[in-house]
Design a protein around this ligand. Structure first.
Ligand SMILES: C[S@@+](CC[C@H](N)C(=O)[O-])C[C@H]1O[C@@H](n2cnc3c(N)ncnc32)[C@H](O)[C@@H]1O
Length: 289
């Protein structure tokens, strides 16, 4: 029997009718920006890397990217970080997300990996990015908890030992915020490649994926290829274009090649793009792609 939104909650959900839930005024009333049509990306930009700030991505026409996957800089003093004020940092993120909105096809998605920072006080970067996405007109779809480890390893950063004086949390996780441009459904439909078990795992909100080794890859903060790979398999079709505006060592490009998608990436550090090119050259293209 089909279920529907109920004042006492609905247990199992089968053919669930949630229209009563969506009739409630939970979200601020907003006029969605007008939508164009999805555009086929030009061949000239497929599988290219660009050494420039992604605040402007003039190579990419409007409305042609199926998915943006990225992990932004955090302005925390990594070797690639500039020393920005909080306002300058927000302006950088806002500029890149605004440009991403332009190039994303209607129905396209963004998946932004962020870690929250510090303890004194705690900076909730996931809230900051969610607010920027919402204010730019993206439709938020959800938030994945990326669990990087089962235990704290050698971390002793627990604050005051066995005392309520000032115990602190030791993070095992980061976040991936997922949003759509204009439509939750993809408007341009293609061929899927995700298998049953991967789909069941990818549609859960907690993902267990071990981190990548910065030393082995030669970049201070790479994410593991399995993270963009799962996002690409879940949210795109074969042959789609995937953008990473902060591509670093090219993990998103490797994931795109290994799933039979195309990539385009930006980074301001030429040495990282050299690493990315070497990693892409070693990536294994799936049979039939
Ligand atoms: C967290 S890292 C991304 C790492 C990447 N996911 C990987 O697996 O290697 C952020 C990257 O953003 C780059 N970056 C910083 N500011 C930038 C900008 N304005 N435009 C493009 N890239 C930028 C940095 O050089 C750095 O490589």
């Amino acid at each position: 029997m089909a279920t529907e939104t109920a004042s006492f909650g609905a247990g199992k959900r089968e053919s669930h009718d949630s229209s009563a839930f969506y009739r409630r005024r939970l979200h601020p009333a907003a006029e969605p920006p007008p939508l164009g049509e999805p555009v086929v990306p030009p061949d000239a930009i497929l599988n290219t890397l660009h050494c420039q700030s992604s605040e402007r991505m003039e190579q990419i026409p409007d409305d042609c990217v199926a998915l943006m996957v990225t992990s932004p800089p955090y302005n925390v003093g990594k070797e690639y970080d500039e020393d920005l004020t909080h306002e300058e940092y927000l302006a950088l993120l806002d500029g890149v997300l605004r440009e991403t909105y332009r190039v994303l096809e209607p129905g396209g998605r963004v998946a932004v990996n962020v870690a929250n920072l510090g303890r004194k006080p705690y900076l909730a970067v996931n809230h900051v990015v969610a607010g920027l996405l919402r204010d730019l007109g993206f439709l938020l779809r959800g938030e994945i908890i990326w669990q990087k480890a089962q235990g704290a390893g050698g971390s002793c950063a627990w604050g005051s030992w066995q005392s309520a004086k000032n115990p602190t949390l030791r993070d095992l996780h980061e976040y991936v915020l997922v949003a759509s441009k204009g439509s939750f459904r993809r408007l341009r439909i293609g061929e899927d490649s995700i298998d049953r078990d991967e789909f069941l795992a990818a549609t859960l909100s907690v993902w267990n994926i071990p981190p990548a080794s910065a030393r082995r890859i030669g970049h201070p903060a790479p994410f593991p290829v399995d993270l963009p790979k799962r996002l690409i398999e879940l949210y795109t079709f074969r042959g789609d274009l995937v953008l990473d505006p902060f591509i670093g060592s090219g993990s998103t490009a490797v994931a795109a090649v290994e799933t039979g998608r195309h990539y385009i990436g930006y980074d301001t550090v030429a040495d990282y793009l050299d690493i990315a090119r070497q990693r892409v050259a070693r990536a294994v293209v799936p049979a039939g792609a």
